[in-house]
Design a protein around this ligand. Structure first.
Ligand code: HEM
Length: 523
């Protein structure tokens, strides 16, 4: 899956809100000997048109500007997304050129679409007119057999395998109990051990990440690994993810070099689990029912298994944990919404015996919770859009997208367009009451993408978020301890890391840094 941030640019999170760029990228730009060159009127060798679109095709291009040679408008894009308000990048171009414009991003000439109809057309034609496209750094780190990178028959096989492990029935019969257990055990560590009033710092983003990572590992490898193994893998995995946002220079000490090393280590660890499992399966076939068992049954090679495990961890980890974190933030900032979700959860809890777990129908009955999740997905835009490559010249809305060009389908622009949502920048979960399923709305709501690559984990993600919010609101009360803001590069995240200070009172409360929690309410 492509997040805006899966780029070839160096991450420089240390600068948090600044618009400076990492050393590798600055070096890269200097090497290019930057000279501003708009598409019109530059010498041919400077005109960054690697596909050499002929005059006919160029005449039909959507309007726009290509920015600097080779790096195009990448710096402007990143600078905008390192602020809490990246919209001007898109809005200024949309106002000047219309909803579909050309630009040059991440080394490629790009058609940038803020139009839901164009997005729909592009995503539905995956594999025919367009193919998903990822930067080189990501390809090497994920591995060529990753579900996100495969095409054709292999993609279909791996996709339906993944889908079969996240379907409603699997969720209802198996996965939900696992999610519940992991959420409850994570939240139980927040409680005051002494039982008296005390203050405690809770890092909600980290806590959410523990939940989603542990769950993914469980789902993939089940009981074949213990918590120590999982934590060691998570550390390597964090290094790997850093590499997604770096220049693909495999030099010692670079982010990308460290990420490649981490990938080798992760592959070794996963391979050990696979070898152990093969022995166990040969002694007692059919004892396991996780994804690894399914991969082995389908006779995937070790290399394919490693790539699949890595890509599934990538796809579900940061996306879901960040939406959990954002949902807590939006609720904290909106007391009426918080009260309503608390009331919904309390009504469910009141109908339960002490310690009784949630049922599938309980989750399905959480109407307002689903509204909160939809609104968080719309405003949070964890996946701001996806990149596709045109496999041939494609004519659409009177324009031609030349073969080899990239199309960026911006979900973010559609989700925050006033023409699609009244007061689009206001968190208003009630807007979903009339259309709770949030199913696509004719491509005006696509947090999980669309077409043949529609997110196979969308239901699982919603269950994880619902359960986290349920146990949070029924066990704790909280208040914001300090303000924080969202930025969108290299991924959607809080500037301060959305760390929450929890002030814990005996059976009553928790507070966070940034947003906070109050107390365990007897559960
Ligand atoms: C809130 C959480 C999530 C969001 C916002 C999200 C969003 C997306 C989006 C937009 C895509 C489409 C990418 C494209 O078209 O290129 C996608 C694909 C994918 N997602 Fe998710 N996702 C989430 C959670 C999960 C989870 C929990 C899993 C775990 C199974 C998962 C697994 C995948 C996979 C494997 C793909 C690739 C499908 C393909 O390329 O065929 N996602 N996701």
């Amino acid at each position: 899956m492509l997040i805006f941030s899966s780029l070839l640019v160096e991450d420089c999170r240390e600068s948090k809100t600044g618009t400076s760029f990492g050393g590798e990228f600055v070096l890269f730009s200097s090497l290019l000997g930057i000279a501003r060159a708009c598409n019109e009127g530059v010498p041919r060798w400077l005109n960054s048109d690697p596909d050499h679109s002929g005059p006919r095709r160029r005449a039909n291009l959507p309007p726009g500007r290509m920015g600097w040679p080779l790096i195009g408008e990448t710096l402007e894009l990143i600078a905008a997304h390192k602020t809490p308000n990246p919209e001007p990048f898109t809005e200024s171009r949309r106002a000047r050129f219309g909803p579909v414009f050309r630009t040059h991003l991440l080394g490629k000439p790009t058609i940038y679409s803020t139009d839901s109809e164009v997005n729909k057309f592009v995503l539905h034609n995956e594999g025919r007119l367009f193919a998903s496209s990822y930067p080189m750094s990501l390809v090497s780190l994920l591995g060529k057999n990753s579900l996100l990178l495969t095409h054709g028959h292999l993609h279909k096989q791996l996709y339906s395998l993944t889908w079969s492990f996240t379907s409603s029935s699997v969720l209802r019969d198996h996965l939900m109990a696992e999610v519940e257990e992991i959420v409850c055990s994570t939240l139980s560590t927040w409680r005051s051990s002494a039982g008296g009033p005390e203050q405690k710092v809770i890092y909600v983003q980290d806590e959410a990440k523990k939940v989603t990572f542990n769950l993914s590992v469980n789902q993939l490898l089940s009981s074949s690994v213990d918590s120590e193994w999982t934590e060691a893998l998570r550390k390597e995995y964090l290094l790997l993810v850093e590499g997604f946002f770096s220049l693909p220079f495999n030099l010692p000490g670079t982010t990308y070099g460290r990420a490649l090393q981490a990938r080798i280590e992760i592959a070794k660890r996963i391979k050990e689990v696979v070898d152990r499992r093969k022995v166990l399966e040969s002694r007692a076939p059919g004892d396991y029912c996780d994804l690894l068992a399914a991969f082995l049954r389908q006779k995937l090679t070790d290399e394919q298994i490693v790539d699949m495990v890595i890509s599934l961890l990538v796809a579900g980890y940061e996306t879901t944990s960040m939406i959990i974190t954002l949902a807590v933030k939006f609720l904290t900032d909106n007391p009426p919404a918080l009260e309503e979700i608390q009331a919904e959860h309390k009504a469910i809890k009141d109908g339960k015996k002490i310690g009784e777990k949630l049922s599938w129908s309980d989750v399905k009955s959480m109407t307002f919770t689903q509204c909160v999740i939809n609104e968080t997905l719309r405003m949070g835009n964890m996946v701001g859009g996806v990149f596709r490559k045109a496999l041939e010249d494609v004519d659409i809305q009177g324009f031609t997208i030349p073969r080899g060009w990239i199309v960026f389908t911006s979900f973010r622009a559609v989700h925050l367009d006033e023409a699609n949502y009244v007061d689009a920048h206001v968190f208003n979960p009630w807007r979903w009451l009339d259309c709770n399923s949030g199913s696509n709305l004719n491509f005006k709501f696509t947090p999980f993408g669309g077409g043949p690559r529609f997110c196979p984990g969308h239901e699982l993600a919603k269950v994880e978020i619902s359960l986290f919010l349920y146990y949070l609101t029924t066990q704790f009360r909280w208040q914001a301890a300090e303000n924080d803001e969202l930025i969108f590069f290299p991924t959607t995240r809080m500037i301060l890391g959305i760390n929450h200070l929890a002030s814990v009172y005996p059976a009553q409360c928790f507070v966070f840094i940034n947003m906070c929690i109050h107390n365990p309410l007897h559960y």
